[in-house]
Structures are given as structure tokens and as C-alpha cells.
Design a protein around this ligand. Structure first.
Ligand SMILES: NC(=O)c1ccc[n+]([C@@H]2O[C@H](COP(=O)([O-])OP(=O)(O)OC[C@H]3O[C@@H](n4cnc5c(N)ncnc54)[C@H](OP(=O)(O)O)[C@@H]3O)[C@@H](O)[C@H]2O)c1
Length: 312
């Protein structure tokens, strides 16, 4: 039998993919703040309104909650620390407590940014040590989930990308494809290493964890560790775009507000051995991205003005 499932951030890059897949087999309630999501039954749920967040969970009494909403703009989190703390930590604490009270399973989507990036290929058992406010608030969210003592799971991802803009902004893949298509150059760092994650692949793993009520921590990113530069080159090659427009720069050249981990790649062996939907290799993800790009009716070559991509 299908679940009564509440997805927060259901209009976001990951939440929208989760809501899309889940609506085929579950009754989905799609939490949003600004624009009603395309899939599921829309539920207005501003995470800054903690009282309402609590009430929505206790009124809906879902079987499970996938909490994907967050303030994901790393530099904005650094500049607006109070708001970031409220959205990423306090709202997560409220959702965890309400989920435990309602007897709902909770899956909290977290991030590689909880690690300092000194070593890379982090396992679920490695000690977090965030170096920016985004990472700190997400780690505080993880701790709040644990403290609520409900049935819960933490699923960490890394640089999520997909075939469509979401939450009114481009993601790294869409941004780069449109820039190269328009013949514009792009400055990409060679010394930052991540585990790029296709949103539909992460959504499948997230949903499987939820359907099987698995608990604990899982790294649910893509399974290839690459530099941002190599990721960009692979995207250009897959989409037949001019890779000479990609300019190699160093992290020190970037005018970022927040510090970034140098290597926050994730070890996904636990997800590989325990899930049916497993983390994909970068090459396989990009082939799938290309198919999803076509299915979304997106033409390479059409440039649209939109907010910049965020790279949590
Ligand atoms: N993107 C990445 O590279 C990445 C990497 C690792 C982990 N993650 C984690 O994965 C999860 C999903 O990320 P994403 O990339 O899908 O994010 P996203 O595209 O930026 O979407 C974030 C979602 O959160 C919602 N949200 C933000 N502030 C809110 C508020 N005050 N009240 C209610 N909803 C609010 C947004 O809704 P509105 O649009 O209505 O404001 C949006 O639907 C997050 O928990 C993030 O920390 C992301």
C-alpha cells in the first residue's frame, strides 16, 4: 500500500524529483513556500513559521517525511546567518520533534558540506567539521534529527544537478550547458573535488530509504570523485559543447563569501551494498541527464536569464 508522504522543498532541485517519482505510488503532500510544486498536493509551509510547520505535520499525520527544503545558497547562508540557522536548523528541529510525536519516519537530506574537505572520500562514520555556516546549520539539523529519537535517516549528497532549473534558479549543469551553448566562457575551479549527484538518481535512493524505513546515515551522492573542472569538461563532452570555453581557475581566485571544503567527496560503499537503486558513475549519470534534458523539451542553445546556480 502506498504511503502518505510529506516532501518539504518539493519545488526544489531534489524535492521536485522525489515528488515526481513518489506520486506514481504514494499520496504525496508537497511542501512549498513560493510556488506550488508541479507534483503532489501542494501544502503551503514556510519554514520560518515554526508554529505552522509543527501544525502541518501533526494535522497531516504522514507515514513518512522527506525533508529536502533548505537554504542552499552557501554564500547567502554566510551573509544571512540568522535566517540560515532558522531554516536549516530550527525548522529541522521542529520537523523532527513533530515527526517523532506523529510516529512518522523522517528522512533528512543533508550534505557533504558538513565535512572540512581536508581529506575527501568521507565515510558515514567520519567526524564532521564544517568550515562554513551552511555546513554548520546542516550539521545542527542532523543533530536535531538524532536528538528527537524518532525513526529517522540522514541521507547526505554532494553537488546536485539535473535537467531543469528548480526553485527559480539554475543548477551547475543547466548553467554550464546554457553558457557554453551561448558561446560564453565559464571560469571553473580545478582544485575543488566533489561527488556530483544527478537529482533523479538521488531521488530514487532517497525514496528507497524511505519505503524501506532504513535508519542511520547514508551517503547518497554520485559515486565518482571529480574536480569541478573535470565535471564541467565531462558535461561539455556529453552535450557536444565547446570545452575550450571552460577556463581553469583556482578556488583562491573566486570571490566567494563563504569558505568551501577543498575535497568533500563522499564514499558511497554503504549505499552501493545496501540499496537496489545505487549511486551512478558520472559517465552513466551524464548519459541519463542528456535523455532527461531532451524529455524536458530543453533545447541546447536557448539562453534564459535566471538566478545563478548554487553549489552546496
Ligand atoms: N544542491 C546541492 O548541490 C546539494 C548538495 C548536497 C546536499 N543538498 C541538500 O539537498 C537538499 C535539497 O537541495 P536542493 O538543491 O534541491 O535545493 P533547492 O533547489 O535550492 O531547493 C530548496 C527548497 O527549499 C525550499 N525552501 C527554502 N527556504 C524555505 C522556507 N523558508 N520555507 C519553505 N521552503 C523553503 C525552497 O522552496 P521555495 O523555492 O518555495 O523557496 C526549495 O523548494 C537540501 O537539504 C540541501 O541542503 C543540496
Amino acid at each position: 500500500m502506498g504511503l502518505k508522504l510529506l516532501v518539504t522543498g518539493a519545488g526544489g532541485l531534489l524535492g521536485s524529483a522525489v515528488a515526481k517519482i513518489a506520486s506514481d505510488r504514494h499520496t504525496v503532500f508537497s511542501g512549498f513556500r513560493r510556488r506550488a510544486p508541479k507534483f503532489g498536493n501542494p501544502v503551503l509551509m514556510d519554514l520560518l513559521n515554526l508554529e505552522r510547520v509543527h501544525r502541518v505535520v501533526l494535522t497531516l499525520k504522514p507515514d513518512a517525511i522527506i525533508h529536502a527544503a533548505a537554504l542552499t545558497d552557501v554564500d547567502k547562508c554566510e551573509a544571512e546567518k540568522r535566517v540560515a540557522t532558522k531554516v536549516n536548523y530550527e525548522a529541522t528541529k521542529t520537523i523532527s520533534a513533530a515527526a517523532a510525536r506523529a510516529g512518522a519516519y523522517l528522512l533528512y537530506v543533508s550534505t557533504d558540506a558538513i565535512f572540512d574537505g581536508k581529506r575527501g572520500m568521507y565515510r558515514e562514520t567520519d567526524r564532521p567539521n564544517p568550515i562554513n555556516h551552511y555546513g554548520l546549520t546542516k550539521l545542527m539539523g542532523e543533530e536535531a534529527v538524532g536528538a528527537a529519537r524518532g525513526k529517522s535517516c540522514i541521507a547526505r549528497s554532494s553537488v546536485i544537478y539535473g535537467s531543469k532549473p528548480a526553485a527559480l534558479k539554475d543548477n551547475f549543469a543547466v548553467w554550464l550547458i546554457e553558457k557554453l551553448t551561448a558561446g560564453q566562457s565559464a571560469n571553473i575551479v580545478t582544485d575543488q573535488f566533489v561527488s556530483p549527484s544527478l537529482n533523479s538518481n538521488v531521488a530514487e535512493m532517497t525514496l528507497e530509504l524511505t519505503e524501506r524505513s532504513l535508519t542511520g546515515i547514508y551517503h547518497t551522492s554520485g559515486c565518482s570523485r571529480v574536480s569541478r573542472y573535470d565535471f564541467a569538461e565531462a558535461l561539455a563532452a556529453t552535450f557536444g559543447l565547446d570545452a575550450s570555453l571552460i577556463r581553469a581557475v583556482r578556488m583562491n581566485d573566486m570571490k566567494w563569501t563563504a569558505r568551501r571544503p577543498r575535497d568533500s567527496s563522499l564514499d558511497v560503499r554503504k549505499a552501493m551494498s545496501s540499496l537496489n537503486h545505487v549511486p551512478l558513475l558520472l559517465g552513466d549519470s551524464l548519459v541519463r541527464l542528456k535523455t532527461e534534458y531532451r524529455e524536458a523539451g530543453r533545447k541546447i542553445g536557448r539562453r534564459q536569464a535566471r538566478g545563478r546556480a548554487t553549489g552546496s
